[in-house]
Design a protein around this ligand. Structure first.
Ligand code: G
Ligand code: G
Ligand code: MN
Ligand code: NA
Length: 249
């Protein structure tokens, strides 16, 4: 049957769940949002990582059903933390789906929330292939009031052209650069220049994969506007995240 067969039934069997990881402001005074991360606990093999099953879902049409489940459930959980946004990952195929904007708008209306409470995370891969069409989609999404984040920034077909051409709210610096910051001059230089450039363009800069106090200090000095990572919290179930919505770090 394989993973694809199991994934088809995962939703009906209630095997999917979501975890949430806080995104914290630079001054660590407040949690501004939560990234939703899907989890699959299979009856046959135990937990399987999304880095394994998302690519398989991407190869079939299952990504749409799975993505719809993630979005609807993430929006439902938002009701528990009305002051924060939820940040949802969308794979390239979801983003390129016909009438993506209408689809997301419907989901938000159905959940009764404001578009500004949803941050849409896409990677550069999603916008690279047909960049005119992607630019139009992003423009429409921003017109509607959704927040847009470019995820894993620096690892894809990073082009400075992208961040000028596309309507964005934030850049998420890939955690590999944060990890390298304390050890390699190259990573530190890349982090500094992404922050500098992003700020000059009026973008929020979310540093991902923050694990140590030293990284927190370095990123604050460098001017990152937001931080996310195990230092603050691992991804946690919604009821645990709820108590974190008003936490101070
Ligand atoms: O949380 P974790 O490290 O297990 O996530 C592994 C990868 O799976 C990350 O690249 C993350 O962006 C991706 N991922 C997690 N949840 C979702 C989701 O709901 N949709 C998509 N498209 N990707 C997700
Ligand atoms: O590709 P994306 O950035 O969406 O991936 C998010 C993934 O990063 C999640 O699977 C999450 O579990 C993981 N993650 C979040 N914070 C940290 C961290 O501080 N260190 C490491 N190694 N992984 C993290
Ligand atoms: Mn992400
Ligand atoms: Na990322």
């Amino acid at each position: 049957r394989g993973i694809e067969g199991g994934l088809k039934q995962a939703i009906d069997r209630g095997e999917l769940s979501l975890e949430f990881q806080p995104i914290v402001s630079r001054d660590r005074i407040e949690v501004v949002g939560f990234e939703a991360l899907v989890r699959w606990n299979t009856s046959d093999f135990g937990p399987i990582s999304p880095s394994t099953f998302i690519p398989i879902a991407e190869e079939s049409n299952l990504i749409h059903e799975l993505g719809d489940w993630v979005l609807a459930n993430a929006l439902t959980e938002l009701a528990a933390w009305p002051g924060q946004y939820v940040s949802v990952n969308f794979s390239p195929r979801q983003f390129r789906r016909t009438n993506f904007v209408g689809h997301i708008t419907q989901a938000v209306l159905a959940a009764g929330i404001e578009p500004s409470q949803l941050q849409i995370e896409i990677t550069e891969t999603a916008i690279f292939d047909d960049s005119d069409r992607a630019a139009e989609t992003l423009y429409k999404l921003r017109q509607m009031g959704f927040r847009i984040a470019l995820d894993d920034f620096g690892t894809g077909y990073s082009s400075l052209y992208n961040i000028r051409k596309f309507a964005l709210d934030s850049l998420k610096i890939d955690r590999s650069f944060i990890d390298g910051m304390g050890r390699e001059r190259e990573s530190a230089a890349i982090v500094h220049s992404i922050i500098h450039l992003g700020r000059a363009l009026g973008l929020e800069i979310i540093a991902e994969g923050v694990e140590t106090e030293a990284q927190v200090q370095a990123l604050r000095i460098a001017g990152a506007s937001h931080l996310q990572g195990f230092y603050f919290s691992h991804p946690v179930p919604a009821d645990v995240a709820r108590d974190m919505a008003v936490a101070r770090f």
